[in-house]
Design a protein around this ligand. Structure first.
Ligand SMILES: *Cc1c(COP(=O)(O)O)cnc(C)c1O
Length: 421
């Protein structure tokens, strides 16, 4: 069972001010979850979560996480700009990008961010552009397959990210020669892992690498960034990760590998996105259409422009029909948006209670990689983002797009002026 964090009554009240569809986030749970993450890693002095901005790029969300002690993980110029405006600076920011344009590195350097290089050639690129900073990180790609107990989690050899093993050893030698003083390593080897074993396994790989780098180059690693990848159970048959078991698993690896090697003062960091936000966001949408052809279709007022994951990955998102939580799921539906694209479906062949026009549907687990992956196909506009505050009030944290926003990039040619106000 997945229980929405708003009731039908609450939703009806909200809709009086903010019509559907909208994304809504639950401040209380976001804070609780962040606090638990910090507790789980409290054994590591200096532990820090750098929230992956791309998951939910909204200043109000960044501020909440900032209050909980988090920094930010940025990978583009605009993410850096948003973080700057929210008051993140210096080592509050990790800049983990790839195929990085010059402007992005310049901004990261201006803000004093921790720069995480994705490629060996970027050592020279960065040096020529703005010099090597005192603290520098490199992203590692071990190649091969990443397995946990014979289960293949992902395929790093096919991933575009990071330095090879040989490159990272050479890279740290070079960075040291070029004057860097403090060093970090980073890796992201599997996404949306619903397994308490992912971080501990990844940590072992990075901890052993830190020991090897010390032995082979004399460079002492002081930061290890476990990046993102802790997942959430979108499906009902999966169990949520236990962050305390994960923290303890990393702790054990730390004690076994880093302490004996004299590297016990390494600071651990994370760049979680999905784990920090996904379960604490809902896409709330209304049924506006029924269609009976070869299948039964429920048309809703949201589209894949608001939530692309089902269209892009065939991702499952659980749906609750508000007020009908206890009715039998005895109707087989496809729940669709209005795009002229047959993959614009929030659910396919889903058993749900009977849905009537005007029913309010909650699409679960949309708090991360939801709004942010949105787009404007078919000229469909993206909708508002709301925050359910701790005191129970609701605040708009991003307004819905208007046609004028959609036409704004034609402001130079006069053609669309009629609609540009
Ligand atoms: C996307 C990304 C993250 C966050 O990933 P999640 O799956 O949301 O945890 C962290 N770090 C980097 C470099 C990323 O690209």
């Amino acid at each position: 069972m997945k229980k929405p964090f708003i009731t039908k009554q609450q939703a009806e009240e909200i809709i009086k001010t903010y019509p559907t569809p909208f994304h809504i986030y639950d401040e209380k749970q976001i804070r609780e979850n962040a606090r638990n993450l910090y507790k789980a890693f409290s054994w590591n002095e200096g532990f820090r979560e750098y929230f992956a901005v791309k998951a939910t790029p909204n200043p109000a969300i960044l501020k909440i996480l900032q209050e909980e002690g988090c920094g930010v993980d940025c990978s583009s110029l605009t993410e850096l700009m948003m973080s700057e405006c929210c008051g993140f600076s210096g080592e509050d920011i990790v800049f983990s990008s790839n195929v990085t344009p010059k402007e992005d590195y310049l901004k990261a350097r201006e803000l004093g961010a921790l720069i995480n290089l994705d490629d060996f050639t970027h050592i020279e690129f960065l040096e020529k552009l703005c010099g090597i900073p005192e603290t520098i990180m490199c992203r590692y790609n071990p190649g091969g397959r990443f397995e946990i107990e014979t289960q293949v989690m992902d395929n790093p050899a096919e991933a575009k990210y990071g330095f090879t093993h040989e490159q990272i050893i050479e890279g740290f030698k070079l960075l040291k020669e070029k004057g860097a003083k403090r060093f970090g390593i980073h890796a992201f080897l599997a996404s949306n892992t619903v397994s308490n074993a992912y971080y501990p396994k990844l940590a072992r790989i990075l901890f052993e690498l830190a020991v090897e780098i010390k032995e082979k180059t004399g460079v002492k690693i002081s930061l290890i960034d476990l990046s993102g990848g802790i997942g959430v159970p979108y499906e009902l048959d999966k169990q949520p990760n236990d962050i305390f078991a994960i923290g303890e698993g990393v702790h054990k690896a730390f004690d076994e590998i880093l302490i004996p090697a004299g590297l016990g003062d390494i600071k651990i960091s994370t760049e979680l996105g999905r784990y920090m936000l996904a379960p604490y966001g809902h896409l709330v949408t209304k049924c506006i259409h029924h269609k009976h052809i070869y299948k039964e279709y429920i048309g809703v007022d949201a589209t894949a422009c608001d939530l692309m994951r089902p269209a892009m990955y065939g991702a499952y998102h659980h749906i609750t029909v508000l007020g009908k939580e206890n009715q039998p799921c005895d109707h087989l539906y496809d729940v669709t948006g209005s795009l002229c694209e047959n993959n614009d479906k929030f659910a396919i062949d889903r058993m749900l209670p009977q849905i009537d026009d005007g029913d309010i549907l909650v699409i679960h687990d949309t708090g991360a990689h939801g709004y942010s992956m949105g787009y404007n196909y078919n000229g469909r506009l993206r909708h508002a983002e709301l925050l359910l505050c701790e005191d129970g009030s609701v605040r708009m944290i991003r307004r819905a797009e208007t046609p004028a926003d959609y036409f704004a990039t034609f402001d130079f040619c006069g053609v669309m002026d009629k609609y540009l106000k």
